[in-house]
Design a protein around this ligand. Sequence first.
Ligand code: HEC
Length: 150
Amino acid sequence: MSKVSKFFLGILIGAASLIITFRIINQAPSQKLHPDDKFRAIVDNSGCNMCHNPNPKLPFYAEWPLLGGKIKKDASNAYARIDLNIYFRQFEEDKKVDNLALSKIEQVISDGSMPPFTFTILRPGSAISYKEEEILLQWIERQRSRIDIE
Ligand code: HEC
């Protein structure tokens, strides 16, 4: 085999293993989980809390040049836009989740704008897949149809 074809074969194998790894990491949560646990798994995996809270806990690559700067900037804007901790806490405390917050989350999940692209390319598996989107939208519907006993 010539050097050139070895080179291209190398790239091909590299790309294939990247795609396979990505698909394994980006699996939707197991079907067996309770819908609430599926929701938790997706939110955890997608880093929503990393940005949308008063003290963003950013991953190490937020220190990297170029994309890191964008992630840091996003994180500081994210909390100003919406503090998701408040709503996730309502959910964990078994209270009815604020309706306006549900609509905002529904909006970003349906239009695929969250998590931001610069974040998902550095964090394999954090992008919301079609299946995960479905689970999140169902979770939102379930929260809406809850009757609050207070
Ligand atoms: C890298 C940081 C980052 C991550 C991770 C992230 N967000 Fe965001 N989010 C932002 C920024 C920045 C904005 C404001 C976007 C804008 O102004 O265009 C935003 C906006 C939003 C809004 C809109 C608020 C409004 O006022 O309409 C919602 C809802 C939201 N994010 C939910 C989520 C959810 C759910 C996740 C996880 C799936 C998530 N975000 C992950 C940075 C982040």
